[in-house]
Design a binder for this molecule. Sequence first.
Ligand code: SAM
Length: 468
Amino acid sequence: MSRKMKNKVIPNLRIERIAAEGKCVAHHEGKVVFVQNTAPGDLVDVRINRGKSSFMEGEAIRFHEYSKDRIEPFCSHFGTCGGCKWQHINYDLQKNYKRQQVVDQFERIAKVEIPEVLPILGSAKTQYYRNKLDFTFSNNRWLTREEINSGAQFERNSLGFHIPKMFDKIIDIDHCYLQGNISNEVRIAVRDFALEQSLSFYDIRNQVGLLRNLIIRTTSTGESMVIVQFGEDDTVSVNKVMEFLHQKFPQITSLLYIINLKKNETFNDLDVVTSSGKDYIEEEMEGLKFRIGPKSFYQTNSEQAYELYKVAREFADLQGDEVVFDLYTGTGTIANFVAKNAKQVIGIEYVEAAIEDAKLNAKVNGIENTQFYAGDLKDILTEDFVRNHPKPDIVITDPPRAGMHEDVVKMLLKLEAPKIVYVSCNPATQARDVAWLSEKYSVDKIQPVDMFPQTYHVENVVRLTLKP
Ligand SMILES: C[S@@+](CC[C@H](N)C(=O)[O-])C[C@H]1O[C@@H](n2cnc3c(N)ncnc32)[C@H](O)[C@@H]1O
């Protein structure tokens, strides 16, 4: 960006719409301007902080008019916390923008003929809908401008969420509207106990400190899993924290901890120790039980996951005699969910522990027609694998945000399953993959589902059918 533009203030910009990834869009002299923390309809002065030849990015520094569609955010952390950035937009509009994102991504990236995108399936719960939250302990609490200007001394130890784009700053959370059950009480109790006991909170820059991370998972059946990650192997202090949690919250059904001396917080490669209770929690859907271990993925909005799976099942339209491949199967939830409507279901997933859970889930539910394989999809779904397994009539695929690896898409094109049901949490990568698949497939149904109210995220299910 030219130096002239940086910090330049553009007055009186009208925010027009919301584009991909929740960015609010305005125009100035023919160029797109993305403006943070605004809503369509706002009239603002914008300070530019980044720009390229085709677009600029900036922040609103003065509001002349507020959009008539704005509503009062319900959370005191709104504006600082990166969690629920759309609280100022009413839910009906949020849903429209999400659906529009799907339309835009398919027009911009997939560039294939598509049917009318169906109205988005809204979430019955718009607060307290998550079953999992991940909090970080830090000795570097984010201070507001008022706190800094006050000159007073503040407690810097904190437990909460990362400030967007700042890896070492954590906002201390008083109340989080994302997870119900015992989530808020547990977080506050652990934080207060650690402060009282002068236990050290993690120093992310210097990679030292006892308390590192807290994960809380809950289920609709009332079970809960609490996992504490420690940055030091200090048995006395670890036991102190775990004993405190056990005494204070006897209702926690799975109380676990991890000693993590690595540089990052991922723990797929670390031992998880059961401090008390079981080493898993159980979710239920249509009478099926799903066992979820500490390392396993489970859709984070359980009630909406059920709606999502129903869409996938309806799109698959199984008659009972089909072979189904469930790619990126996680704990085999979709595979086991559709098993009774199919002849055989084969699930593939790279987290080994999730595959163990998937097999257990099948066993617990008396399902005998599912088979699961652990490994990277591109390495498992090979010519050899295809030769040694029945050809799928339907492929259900539910990859992570990055979408499918090119080799997986190539293999799907070779496999030529009559139908592919593609579930995605990122319509941009989904649209890219659909463009690749369009060599042999056409899109005949598109159903967005809202799993994450108050955020720009949108889940989308697409059905592809093999061209004649
Ligand atoms: C969006 S989740 C879907 C899980 C499952 N379908 C469900 O609904 O619970 C994506 C899954 O893909 C797995 N995964 C990510 N990359 C993978 C890869 N390269 N090969 C196999 N599995 C992968 C993740 O571990 C995760 O379980």
